[in-house]
Design a binder for this molecule. Structure first.
Ligand SMILES: [Zn+2]
Length: 94
């Protein structure tokens, strides 16, 4: 069964990624909210409930059986205009 465990690489909180109807027993403080996908890299975006940072998740990690590593989006790109464009594109998709 694919893992739902995730660890924030910034604050080290361990929790679960948001999955529709499957997080019933998990407190909200441990749920990493799904914010959408990056259409270019294919990364999924989750928000850490503790530090609030947006984490990038490699979709292939979700299919593995070890905890997913959520990498802070800022460490992938220091290019601020690009990140702003990505967040704008994601708002338009919702
Ligand atoms: Zn965090």
């Amino acid at each position: 069964m694919p893992t739902r465990d995730i660890c924030c690489m910034r604050c080290r909180l361990k929790g679960e990624i948001e999955v529709f109807d499957l997080n019933g027993a998990t407190p909200l403080s441990k749920i990493f909210k799904h914010l959408g996908n990056n259409p270019f890299s294919g990364h999924m975006h989750y928000q850490c409930p503790a530090c609030g940072i947006v984490l990038l998740v490699n979709p292939l990690d979700v299919l593995g059986d070890v905890a997913i590593k959520g990498v802070p989006a800022a460490s992938f790109s220091k290019n601020k205009p690009l990140m702003q464009w990505i967040s704008l594109a994601e708002r338009m998709m919702h």
